[in-house]
Design a binder for this molecule. Structure first.
Ligand code: GLV
Ligand code: MG
Length: 321
């Protein structure tokens, strides 16, 4: 299988759009989200699914997605819809599609099954084999317990996504407010789940994506919840409403100060380790000591900033000899 080329796209804001709603499908094209996913699963009623497959093919082929990552969420393998979702959408719009999102993934075989199906369609249709990626949603206890094998299941995997609504139902969490803390527990009820997903994702160089926040009018609440997963290291979060897009793009990008600082560390480290800089393994940048580990941390922040199109506002000056 050839290596997919689209692993490092920014996905700060992942916009959910019901695949059966032409008005939303039109409007989504103009929003500044990094990714859009057209939904055939829970935001699409059973009676509308067949029609929505064709609507999605049409908007993928004829819409103007402005460079966004284009994803379709199919139904999960426990339903009878999955194979037709995949066959219709990928045969109809494969070259205009970046990833398939697979919800409620429970073990590695479910990812492998999707990988095999995609490979057959790509070969049959003459599409590049392996280009279409997979996004795996973790939405129940079994999926979380098996998240390491899921993250290792296919070269096509690009993201592991937390699905809080289904997950809360799966573990009987005592709350109906998706994304907010359940009353009665004095700590962060999602910490273990988010860290578990993040570790599995990072182990396999995948992006970790936080799921929806359903109180769409409460942008402050969204910011607070997004800020928590961003602080841990998550790459982005779902957005369900235009008001959430700007918040996600900001929260999952580095601040200007952090971006400038990261670029300075990279320049300073490159200079000090060079012949001209004295071949030093550690050196001072202002009052801060930097070494190889600092470079690795700076690379992450600088990489996110560059991917978000940020520009530097400061410049490294080599110290006088
Ligand atoms: C998303 O699919 C969720 O269940 O939260
Ligand atoms: Mg779900």
């Amino acid at each position: 299988m050839s290596t997919p080329v689209n692993r490092l796209r920014p996905r700060r804001s992942c916009l959910a759009v019901p695949g059966s709603n032409p008005r939303f499908l039109e409007k989504a094209q103009g929003l500044p989200a990094d990714q859009v996913f057209l939904d055939l699963e829970d935001a699409c009623a059973p009676l509308a699914k067949e029609g929505a497959r064709h609507t999605i093919v049409d908007v993928l082929n004829n819409g103007d997605w402005n460079g966004k990552t284009r994803v379709v969420r199919v139904n999960d393998w426990t339903t009878h819809w999955t194979y037709r979702d995949v066959v219709t959408v990928v045969e109809g719009a494969g070259p205009n599609l970046d990833c398939i999102m697979l919800p409620k993934v429970q073990d590695a075989t479910q990812v492998k099954a999707l990988d095999l199906l995609l490979t057959q369609i790509e070969k049959t249709m003459g599409f590049e084999v392996g280009r279409i990626g997979i996004e795996a949603q973790i939405e129940n206890a079994k999926g979380l317990v098996n998240v390491d094998e899921i993250a290792a299941a296919s070269d096509r995997l690009e993201t592991i996504i937390f699905g809080p609504a289904d997950f809360m139902a799966s573990i009987n969490m005592k709350s109906l407010v998706v994304g907010e803390q359940p009353p009665g527990y004095p700590a962060d009820a999602y910490h273990y789940i988010l860290m578990r997903i993040l570790m599995a994702a990072r182990q396999h160089d995948l992006q970790a994506i936080d799921g929806p926040y359903l109180q769409i009018k409460n942008v402050e609440g969204y910011r607070e919840v997004a800020g928590r997963s961003a602080a841990l290291g998550f790459d982005g979060k779902w957005v369900l409403h235009p008001g959430q897009v700007e918040a996600a793009n900001e929260i999952y990008s580095p601040s200007q100060d952090d971006y400038d600082h990261a670029e300075l560390i990279l320049d300073a480290y490159a200079f000090h380790t060079s012949e001209a800089g004295g071949r030093k393994g550690s050196a001072m940048l202002g009052d801060e000591m930097i070494d190889e580990a600092s470079r690795k941390m700076a690379l992450v922040v600088a990489g996110k900033g560059r991917a978000a199109g940020m520009t530097r506002t400061s410049k490294f000056e080599a110290p006088e000899a």
